[in-house]
Each structure stands twice: as structure tokens, then as C-alpha cells.
Design a protein around this ligand. Structure first.
Ligand code: NAP
Length: 274
């Protein structure tokens, strides 16, 4: 298993995304992923699957401490007393006493960041979360958060794939020692349809999706691809037995375009993206 470390948090480079996986499908895929060697699972209170994720973890037989589990607090719960309640609710559904990584899911300009971060840091200090971080934070928000947080913020989870230029926010994360966790790393299936990724993949006997994922991990970026199909689970973690050349990496960078963003949820207005 390949792991990176960010401010003391050991984060496996490949995790399983679980958005839209629900009920028995979710439980089956998570259990199978753990049996295949996945040691990082990404969920959120809003995904409505924390029960199934926790159940799959127990059924898999993999030791709790061997798995890096992330959940996220939805912005409607960012008021301090609600944040703590939401964190406890997630742990109750997962049937766990602590989460490895607890994230603020999406910025909420209606509640002062200082208050939300204060509550998030308190949750960590009380032992409910081993590590904390943010998601969908822009450069400006990262700078603010780094000033305000009394505990290390170990990551920013952001949309990232070959069709979106995230160089500014990635540089800001690096400058602060935060890991970048790429969500939608396959561009929600778009990577598989891309001719350039397919051509590069053919040269390495890999799929276009694997090239998208390899391009990210080779830059030290964590990926959390989602799948409901067992065969894709194996495919998505078989990305550590080859290297992309510098020229290939540069060519993949050139696929980014202005309309590349797929996720732009306007919670109290979209963040001003970098
Ligand atoms: P994604 O992982 O880029 O794409 C998922 C899609 O790719 C599914 O339709 C899946 O279909 C397909 N796929 C997976 N592996 C494949 C393969 N090997 N070949 C061909 N197609 C493949 O998109 P995502 O779900 O948006 O992002 C991943 C995770 O990031 C989420 O599940 C969630 O955990 C997290 N996320 C976080 C945020 C946030 O705001 N923090 C936002 C979005 C997502 P099959 O099921 O058929 O394989």
C-alpha cells in the first residue's frame, strides 16, 4: 500500500470514493475493496451511506486501525454546537469511536470560518477525529484557514482530473504542507472516453482511467475513484507498476480546459474558484 504523509497523517494514495453508493451495493463494494487491499475509504454525512461503510468495515475482517476512513460535515452543520453534534452522528452511524479524517465538506460563507474551525479543532482535541482538513477550499480560504486553525489542517479535498487546471490551489496546499486529495479523479467516467489518455494507456497496456489516476498519484496527489463494479476496483488500484514520462505528464496537463469543472455546487453561492 502506498501512503503519503501530511502533517503527521498517513494517507493511502488510493482510496475508494462512495458518493452515490447506497444500501447493499455500497456495503458490497466497500467490503470487496477492503478485501482487495484498499485501506482508505471516503464517505460523508450527506452521502447517506455511513452505516453501510461501517458495517462493511466490520464484515471485511480488516483491522479497524489498518483502514484510513474519511467523513465530511455538511455546511448546514457548521455552527459550532451543530458541528460537534454532526461529528458524533457520523461516528454513531459508522459505529466507530473515532474517524481518521474529518473534513469541512464545502465552504459556507454564512458562518464565520473562525467559529467553524474552532469547533472542528475542538472535535479533534476531544479525540473524535485523528486528523482534520477541508474540502473545496480556494487559495484565499486556505490562507484564512491556516491563520485560524489551532490544529493542523492536513488536506484539501478538491475536484482534480486532467481536464481541470488546479495548479494554483495545489501550489497553495503544498506551501502549507497540506495533502491534495483528488475527487472525481476519473472526471466521472470522462477519462475513459478521452483519446489522448487512451493512446498513452495503450503504450503502457493500461486503460485511459488508469492513466488519469497515475497522472495524479505520480504528482503526489491522493485519488479516491468511485466505482460500483468489482472489476473496476482492481483496475483503479493497479497503477503502481509503471511510470509516465515527463512528456506524457506534460501532454496530459495540456488537456485542461476552461469548462473542465464538473462539480460546482452553489451552497450560499459558489466559491470564487482560482
Ligand atoms: P469519479 O470517481 O471520477 O468517477 C466515477 C465514475 O467513474 C463512475 O460512473 C464509475 O462507473 C466510473 N468508473 C470508475 N472506475 C472506472 C474504470 N476503471 N473504467 C471506467 N469507468 C470507471 O467521480 P466521483 O464519484 O465524483 O468522485 C470520486 C469520489 O470523490 C466520490 O465518490 C466522493 O467520495 C468524492 N467526492 C467528493 C466531493 C467533495 O465535495 N468533497 C465531490 C465529489 C466527489 P462504474 O460504477 O461503472 O465503475
Amino acid at each position: 500500500m502506498h501512503v503519503i504523509e501530511a502533517k503527521g497523517a498517513p494517507i493511502p494514495l488510493v482510496g475508494l470514493g462512495t458518493w452515490e453508493l447506497r444500501g447493499r451495493v455500497c456495503a458490497r463494494v466497500v467490503e470487496q475493496a477492503l478485501r482487495l487491499g484498499y485501506r482508505h475509504i471516503d464517505t460523508a454525512e450527506i452521502y447517506d451511506n455511513e452505516r453501510e461503510v461501517g458495517e462493511a468495515l466490520r464484515v471485511s475482517g480488516v483491522k479497524r486501525d489498518d483502514v484510513f476512513l474519511t467523513t465530511k460535515i455538511w455546511p448546514s452543520h457548521f455552527a459550532p454546537h451543530e458541528l460537534e453534534r454532526a461529528a458524533k452522528g457520523s461516528l454513531a452511524r459508522l459505529r466507530l469511536s473515532e474517524i481518521d479524517l474529518l473534513l469541512l465538506h464545502w465552504p459556507n460563507p454564512q458562518i464565520p470560518l473562525a467559529e467553524t474551525l474552532g469547533a472542528l479543532c475542538k472535535v479533534k482535541q476531544s479525540g473524535l477525529a485523528r486528523h482534520i482538513g477541508v474540502s473545496n477550499f480556494t487559495v484565499a480560504l486556505i490562507e484564512q484557514a491556516e491563520q485560524l486553525a489551532s490544529e493542523p489542517l492536513v488536506c484539501n479535498q478538491i475536484e482534480m482530473h486532467p481536464f481541470l487546471d488546479q495548479s494554483k490551489v495545489t501550489a497553495a496546499c503544498r506551501a502549507h504542507g497540506m495533502a491534495v486529495i483528488a475527487y472525481s479523479p476519473n472526471a466521472r467516467g470522462g477519462a475513459q472516453k478521452d483519446a489522448v489518455l487512451a493512446r498513452i494507456g495503450a503504450a503502457h497496456r493500461k486503460s485511459a482511467t488508469q492513466i488519469s489516476l497515475r497522472w495524479l498519484v505520480q504528482q503526489g496527489i491522493v485519488v479516491i475513484p468511485r466505482t460500483s463494479r468489482i472489476e473496476h476496483l482492481s483496475e483503479n488500484c493497479a497503477i503502481f507498476d509503471f511510470d509516465l514520462s515527463g512528456a506524457e505528464i506534460a501532454e496530459i496537463h495540456s488537456l485542461a480546459h476552461r469548462d473542465g469543472r464538473l462539480v460546482d455546487f452553489a451552497y450560499s453561492g459558489s466559491p470564487k474558484w482560482d
